[in-house]
Design a protein around this ligand. Sequence first.
Ligand SMILES: NC(=O)c1ccc[n+]([C@@H]2O[C@H](COP(=O)([O-])OP(=O)(O)OC[C@H]3O[C@@H](n4cnc5c(N)ncnc54)[C@H](O)[C@@H]3O)[C@@H](O)[C@H]2O)c1
Length: 371
Amino acid sequence: MSSQVKRIKVNLNKKLSSSYEISIGHDIIGKIGTIIAENRIADRYVVVTDSNVSVLYGELFLKELRKAGGEKAKAEIIEFPAGEASKNITTALTIVGRLLNLGVDRKSALLALGGGVVGDMTGFIASVFMRSIPYIQVPTSLLAQVDSSIGGKTAVDLPEGKNLLGTFYQPRGVFVDLKFLNTLPASEFNNGMAEIIKYGIIDDPDFFCLLEEGVEAIKKRDEAFLERIVTTSCRTKKKIVEIDEKDQGLRHILNFGHTIGHAVESGSEYKIPHGSAISAGMIAAARISERLYDFPSSDRARIERLIEAVGLPGYIPEFIRTEGVLARLKWDKKKSGTMINFVLLKKIGMPFVTAQVTESTLREVIEELRK
Ligand SMILES: NC(=O)c1ccc[n+]([C@@H]2O[C@H](COP(=O)([O-])OP(=O)(O)OC[C@H]3O[C@@H](n4cnc5c(N)ncnc54)[C@H](O)[C@@H]3O)[C@@H](O)[C@H]2O)c1
């Protein structure tokens, strides 16, 4: 089934050159090639993807791209091993070497076909290769579709930490094909769901209600419902990025649940999935908001119920030490040279940023979430 393509415009700083569209639909892989060819972004395309996505969609995508571009269309594919461990400067340099061997120049564009790892790395390479060439995002994981493909943050990881080498560089377009989600493993699906729930909590009480009512549809991965919640999530992310492209203010609210969540994730030495860590982080932030800022306990309970209902664990496993989580938060503080900012809530849909959370409150809430 191929569907209508919905288009959302991302307007950045009123500069048309860095504005672009997010196109969303079901089974639009054929249309992606046509839209790209119509827009004549480049003479030549190189698809960058990872080993998992390549097996599933690499050849098909390349075929559609060549078909849309006509006889003379040049399109190649480069793949690298799937996983966060590949998101580093060594992989980036290997890809750059391949681009040079292929004779890629400034009239070429990169297509990032994959999850957030592919998107972040391809965007990073595009931003610096020959002083920048265009790139397009074709996100295939739920997290990439609702979050990482939108907003132009690119990066690779360094041994000292995640995303430490990167740029702000906007793609020329984002193509969200919901059909990709059919092959996404459950744990990866949950990673994206955690971000979708976050949008409801920080931005839109009605959307939060919709998610509450749609738990069964989410669990069944109902196509129409997924399209609805992915589209709303993309709109929310684009709205926030339009106001604060360079992450100097409002964009911080996207970190809701992530400050403690990342500390939990690294405290587990990345043994627990990102979505589970962020879920625990969101519940911790809701509980801190309730204790310190009169966030209604009924809203806190709704957040916990929704997270649990979609199948995300909202607790911190016993093997993760409280001291480890606190040490990680202190390390973040030292690294940034400022206070740690927490995104807390006055109500669902009303977040605010504060550094006023004491270590004892953090310790109590982390202990409460243990299982
Ligand atoms: N740039 C941003 O604004 C931003 C925001 C959030 C996260 N990120 C980054 O995104 C990354 C995480 O992204 P992710 O969760 O997509 O991880 P990922 O790219 O590693 O993808 C997760 C796994 O799913 C597989 N996969 C992807 N699509 C698939 C599909 N359709 N079918 C089957 N398997 C599929 C991948 O091969 C991989 O094994 C992190 O590096 C994070 O730092 C960036």
